[in-house]
Write a protein that binds this ligand. Structure first.
Ligand code: UD1
Ligand code: BG6
Length: 371
């Protein structure tokens, strides 16, 4: 049921304040006057000891689910103290890459039925790793075959392009990082700031959704572009990949997400006055590096769209060149949840304006059950 919306993708984008609430329900504990703020993930409580002792945590997934894991990687590295590596399921299988008994392998999948991810799970089970699932579908193959896991509880997702599952996956993995981090004193202030940030996140998502009309206007300007690049780094490298994936899969426009740190090692050659580039430059420890990326892209006459924190337009885009998308600022590791929303809206409006099928893009399936 699409309710008042024209398409499922549109409904699912706008539903995110509620889906995120459902994802967190019963899992965030505010604590009383003397009790600490904590996270409770029922499905993992008997396994944290093993996870903390593992030699590394390996995230495995495909498409949007892989991007969600990439978005959560920095906070997991920071709070868990365990090395975190990333695997695209098909690539792990192609290489028969190393998976050890001492590994915790985390399988991220909205449907819980993706063939590549499921085969990678069988492979990791054979190799003796602890296998953890992060899925949206109770009773799915991945939920059944993993040793333990977390249901993201985002509600059914119908649009082929994943939107609300992506933000709920990131939130679950941020909670996973908090839970693995346990109650170490050194990171207590940081953990409490993240928990406060999680409580307030649905409100902040509601606020960023107000950019809907602005993104529709931007889509009108971009409707005939040949190509769209998205540059991000740090916490928002994943946002660049996921924003570009949305644009290519539904709006059928060539789009690439790129690590801004790699700009000079190739992509810069593409930049001229005909190329539109979105640069994600919200405030975090990478901000000054992004300011310099913006300067260099401007010097090569790239057509810039800068995503920055509210009130930060002048620092992010001095001289007023380019267009600015201002988003509410949240705790750095949660910022990917906010920053993807305008890009989801942009992909949605581009698709409608270009006259393509939003919910069933050509050649794609919601759940890819063949290899
Ligand atoms: C569970 C209940 C929830 C109830 C809550 C109350 C289910 C599905 N969930 O939620 O209805 O309100 O307790 O305490 O009944 N699992 C995997 N692999 C996965 C995902 C999950 O093995 O990919 C396992 C978990 O380890 C756990 C079970 O499935 O044993 C349920 O997981 P989850 O729904 O996340 O647990 P709770 O949040 O505790
Ligand atoms: C398909 C979908 O390619 O599978 C994508 O079209 C999705 O939207 C990908 O990200 C992975 O799916 P899942 O269900 O494993 O998260």
């Amino acid at each position: 049921n699409k309710g008042n919306y024209e398409h499922y993708m549109q409904k699912e984008i706008h539903e995110q304040p509620e889906s995120l609430k459902t994802t967190m329900r019963g899992r965030l504990i505010r604590g009383g006057s003397c009790k600490a703020k904590t996270v409770l993930l029922g499905g993992l409580k008997d396994h944290f000891k093993t996870i903390r002792r593992s030699r590394r945590i390996v995230f495995i997934g495909c498409g949007t689910s892989y991007n969600a894991a990439l978005a959560a990687r920095p906070i997991l590295e920071e709070l868990s103290g365990v090395p975190v590596t990333m695997e695209i399921a098909s690539d792990l299988l192609d290489r028969q890459g190393p998976i050890y008994r001492e590994d915790t392998a985390v399988f991220v999948s909205q449907s819980g039925e993706t063939a590549d991810t499921l085969h990678a799970l069988e492979y990791a089970l054979e190799n003796g790793a602890l296998c953890v699932g992060i899925t949206n579908t109770v009773g799915s193959a991945i939920a059944r075959h993993t040793h333990c896991g977390v249901h993201i509880n985002a509600g059914a997702e119908i649009g082929v392009a994943s939107t609300k599952a992506y933000t709920s996956q990131i939130v679950v993995m941020a909670m996973l990082a908090l839970a693995i981090g346990g109650d170490s004193i050194t990171s207590q202030t940081r953990r409490e700031a993240i928990i406060d940030g999680l409580f307030d996140l649905p409100n902040k998502v509601r606020e960023v959704l107000k950019l809907d009309q602005e993104m529709k206007d931007l889509a009108k300007l971009l409707i005939a572009e040949q190509s769209l690049l998205v540059f991000g780094r740090g916490y928002n490298y994943a946002t660049a990949l996921e924003g570009a994936l949305k644009v290519k899969e539904v709006a059928l426009m060539h789009s690439e997400g790129m690590l801004a740190g790699e700009m000079k090692h190739g992509p810069l050659a593409l930049v001229d006055e005909n190329l539109t580039i979105i640069v994600i430059a919200t405030r975090d420890s990478c901000f000054s590096k992004q300011q310099s990326v913006i300067q260099q892209l401007h010097a090569r006459k790239g057509r810039l769209i800068v995503m920055c924190s509210k009130g930060d337009a002048v620092s992010a885009c001095p001289g007023g060149f380019g267009r600015v998308i201002e988003v509410p600022q949240v705790e750095d590791c949660l910022q990917p949840v906010i920053n993807i929303v305008p890009l989801q809206l942009l992909a949605y409006h581009l698709t409608v304006l270009r006259g393509y099928n939003v919910d069933q893009p050509r050649n794609l399936a919601k759940s890819v059950t063949t290899q």
